[in-house]
Write a protein that binds this ligand. Structure first.
Ligand code: NAX
Ligand code: ADP
Ligand code: K
Length: 537
């Protein structure tokens, strides 16, 4: 796993390193060398343009330029100001040193001059704005960024692509789209989520000092990016000595006359993820449609109200069915009513591993008056509970319906409000988004996200079905629930990639993802077991 640090904590690591004898100047030199090294490693770099800003990110650029020059690279530094005019002491010193060593600066070029220069470059080193950037990009960097993106040269961003917030993952209107980002000390959340996924290219972490590893861990990472090898403990051990029930039995409670498909897809996804026996309990008026779509899955008709929404009259049947299975999913396509709130509440009180998704979460929000963290007794139970909200659902759970989290870090923080008030290891929250965070009481995990093809109606229902299936098969129980959740997200993401490969990135529908869950799970499993033997998933 790789630690991900909030920006303010990266700064704390910087301070801790200086206390351990590694000065900021030394760090800047190592950062510059690391950037130069990675640039050379790209191969075929004879002409490099280094665009520098006026802060320490620019300082890294001047050091990199001097290092590249010393390696015989034809390097030109583009700067808004003469080195002597740079106000920051450190940045000015490294700029003066680079010029003294023979690096030639181009000060305040016109757009045409810059475009001409970039047209001759094999690579551009982007050292304009780093973690000190905020707001919209001001001149001249907005224009420089446009020129970089329009040039054909490979762009290597130092620490963070200029224009991206390394904390929130939001890009300004002008933002470098890099081929590679060499980031200092540790991963930052904004590099991994939202716009960050579009603009960072491949990410290389430069630790800069041998003490960094332990200092980063001590700085309390906001999350950990998982590696495939981390999932070894949550993949069900292969055995032939099973029957359809011991392979995991699942009950899906959901669907409504308005949305019958969500529960059908969830049930199907649960079977495709490996549960041996799946049952769907759904309103009576949609049971026949559901059964027609689910030949292998028994469908139990439940009492419903005039709108075709599950009614509280079905509670006893649902609880009886729940007692007979290894795990339950409630919520898919269920709608919010007095009846569905009562069902969700009854299932949470039942001692069975449970996944709550979609309207099940909205029922939970209603049950707790939009303040789930204030009612920890609701989620505190003996059996595992996994909540799978997207950002709007998460907002409703924590009293922020009108202002749901709009960054990964905000979503992690909201999820933490819930798991920390609960305080136990039997609760995991899967905060879904373009990058998904799986949050438990001890840590938050960031599985590798799938492609944007997953942003399609029903893809969350598929994930919920997969989640309950993994739970039913015993993954995570008595072990690490958060890691199990991350593993399921990883398989979901990979299934999205497989479906996109087969059908085209724009064509994927949720049912296509269901069809390849098994292949995705096998492929991820193989990578986990034999990391050296196969290409990365
Ligand atoms: N944290 C660390 O331990 C290390 C940090 N280093 C570098 O230092 C960087 C942070 O340095 P700084 O704090 O000086 O910040 P930056 O260099 O990222 O940015 C500060 C400069 O950008 C300007 N600026 C801010 N917002 C702007 C906007 N919207 N439009 C135009 N200009 C804007 C400021 O006026 C200032 O000149 C990191 O990103 C990294 O590259 C490295 O030198 C080594 C180690
Ligand atoms: N841009 C994206 N890139 C990768 N995955 C995405 C993206 N957008 C959504 N997803 C994933 O797709 C799923 C969507 O779930 P959800 O919003 O609940 O959809 P629905 O309610 O339609 O089923 C989540 O697993 C989410 O992480
Ligand atoms: K940068």
């Amino acid at each position: 796993m790789q630690p991900v640090l909030n920006i303010e904590d990266v700064k704390c690591v910087e301070v801790a390193l200086t206390r351990e004898g590694v000065s900021v100047s030394e760090l800047m030199h190592r950062a510059g060398y690391a950037a130069a090294q990675e640039t050379i490693a790209l191969g075929d770099v004879e002409n490099v343009v280094v665009l520098v800003g006026l802060g320490n990110n620019g300082g890294d650029g001047w050091v990199a330029a001097e290092a590249l020059f010393a390696r015989g690279v034809n390097v030109k530094v583009v700067t808004p100001l003469e080195p002597d005019q740079i106000s920051g002491d450190l940045a000015r010193q490294v700029a003066q040193s680079a010029v003294k060593a023979g690096v030639s600066p181009l000060v305040g070029p016109s757009r045409d001059e810059l475009e001409d220069l970039l047209s001759t470059a094999d690579a551009v080193l982007d050292c304009m704005l780093g973690t000190g950037f905020h707001g919209e990009v001001r001149a001249p960097f907005d224009i420089w960024i446009e020129c970089v993106n329009a040039s054909g040269a490979r762009a290597i961003s130092v620490d963070v692509p200029s224009g991206l917030s390394a904390q929130t993952g939001r890009a300004a209107q002008a933002c470098v789209v890099a081929d590679m980002t060499v980031t200092m000390l540790s991963l930052k959340p904004g590099l991994l989520a939202d716009d960050g996924r579009d603009v960072c290219g491949s990410i290389v972490v430069a630790p800069l000092a041998e003490q960094t590893e332990h200092l980063v861990v001590e700085a309390d990472p906001v999350a950990w990016r998982t590696d495939l090898s981390d999932y070894l403990d949550v993949i069900p051990a292969p055995t032939q000595a099973v029957d359809k029930f011991t392979r995991g039995s699942v009950l899906v409670v959901g669907g409504s006359r308005r949305f019958p498909g969500a529960a059908i897809m969830a049930a199907r996804a649960a079977a495709r993820m490996g549960a041996g026996y799946v049952t769907l309990a759904t309103p009576a008026s949609v049971a026949a449609i559901a059964q027609a779509h689910l030949l292998e899955i028994p469908v139990v008709p439940l009492p419903e109200d005039a709108d075709g929404v599950l009614s509280a009259d079905g509670k006893d049947v649902v609880l009886k069915l729940a007692r007979g299975v290894s795990a339950v999913l409630v919520g898919s396509g269920m709608r919010i009513s007095g009846g569905t709130v009562a069902l969700v509440s009854a299932l949470i009180e039942q001692d069975v591993p449970l996944v709550v998704d979609a309207d099940g979460l909205n029922c939970l929000a209603r049950l707790t008056d939009g303040a789930l963290p204030d009612f920890p007794e609701v989620t505190r139970r003996n059996a595992p509970l996994v909540l799978t909200p997207h950002r709007r659902e998460l907002g409703r759970l924590v009293g922020q319906a009108k202002t749901p989290p709009d960054s990964l870090v905000d979503a992690l923080e909201d999820a933490r409000k819930i798991v920390w008030s609960d305080g136990g290891s039997n609760l995991a929250i899967v905060a879904k988004g373009s990058a998904t965070g799986c949050v438990g009481v001890d840590q938050a995990l960031l599985p590798k996200p799938g492609p944007c093809a997953l942003a399609t109606a029903g893809s969350g229902d598929v994930l919920a079905g997969m989640m309950v299936s993994a739970l039913a098969q015993g993954s995570g129980q008595g072990g690490d629930l958060t890691l199990m959740a991350a593993y399921v997200c990883e398989v979901h993401g990979y299934a999205g990639s497989l479906a996109a490969e087969r059908l085209g990135s724009r064509a994927v529908m949720a049912t296509d993802v269901i069809d390849v869950i098994g292949l995705a799970a096998d492929a991820v499993g193989e990578h986990v077991m034999f990391p050296e033997g196969v290409e990365e998933a």
